[in-house]
Ligand binder design. Structure first.
Ligand SMILES: O=C(O)CCC(=O)C(=O)O
Length: 275
């Protein structure tokens, strides 16, 4: 088992995140990037806007990442042995676009209670300060949920452009990863990311999130898969695992899952953004 060490767990408890954790080789990460680019070329638009979510329901390669035992060993160290995978998002920043992620806390709008869950951010390309890696406000997970202003900025990659103001940038730490490494972050940690100023894409595949089977979705419906252990609570509906890329029935199911997800993301909001 590739469980987290006591030192890593202490780091997670203290800082609200851990990185880097090695998962894939750079060669494997390249293969994953190829899968994204193949879908983009053959099925244009399928991974855009709301379609950036739940790619693991239409691609066996992404399905295998979600069920990767190395990732799950680390996740188990944090949330225990009964693990459900309840969603994924591709956070892609193309060069010359102005995409950014405002400082926010995931727990604010996601509806997953209690907070026995963790987000895995898998780097498909190298990520660094130049291409807009995430920045974590160390230790901020220990405070309450903060006020988020809903800005709906055009270039914000978050659904509502939800923004925590006055984050002390000097207390935020860049999460620098090599392609194939991942970070894990806490539902309450304040984090965000800046522009991609490089000449290549910055790609993160984010499992958001791995939840303990005791976690319910209080705002709507999410389709889960059993990743490890048992689901004694049966709070959620289940999604099948894809065996073929872009199978017709999987595409149809993913569309439904995304429509339900959108209801969660915009719950209580009069306005909708593009994601
Ligand atoms: O990819 C990014 O820059 C931010 C992603 C994020 O906010 C998250 O994974 O919770």
């Amino acid at each position: 088992m590739d469980k987290l060490t006591i030192k890593q767990l202490r780091q997670y408890e203290k800082n609200g995140y851990i990185s880097p954790i090695d998962v894939f080789s750079s060669k494997q990460a390249k293969k994953i990037r190829k899968e994204i680019e193949e879908i983009e070329n053959k099925w244009p638009g399928e991974l855009e806007e709301l379609g950036r979510n739940y790619v693991h329901l239409i691609s066996p390669i992404f399905d295998k990442i979600v069920h990767n035992s190395k990732i799950l060993d680390s996740v188990e160290s944090i949330i225990g042995k009964n693990i459900l995978a309840c969603g994924t998002t591709l956070f892609i920043k193309n060069p010359k676009e102005k995409g950014f992620v405002s400082f926010h806390q995931d727990a604010k709008y996601i509806g997953l209670e209690p907070h026995n869950w963790v987000t895995a951010w898998v780097a498909i390309t190298d990520v660094n300060e130049k291409n807009g890696c995430m920045r974590m406000w160390k230790g901020s997970h220990k405070n309450n949920l903060k006020y988020h202003e809903q800005r709906f900025d055009e270039n914000n990659l978050l659904t509502r452009g939800q923004t925590i103001e006055n984050v002390p940038i000097n207390k935020t730490i860049p999460v620098i990863l090599k392609a194939g490494q991942m970070s894990l972050h806490h539902p309450m940690i304040v984090h965000g990311s800046g522009l991609n100023k490089s000449n290549d894409r910055r790609i993160g595949f984010v499992i958001q999130s791995y939840i303990g089977s005791n976690v319910n979705q209080i705002l709507g419906k999410m389709y889960v898969q059993l990743a490890r252990g048992k689901d004694n609570y049966k709070y959620h509906q289940y999604a099948n695992r894809p065996t073929k890329l872009m199978n017709k029935n999987d595409i149809k199911f993913r569309k439904k899952a995304n429509e339900e997800l959108s209801k969660i993301f915009y719950s209580g909001s009069k306005k909708k953004g593009k994601y």
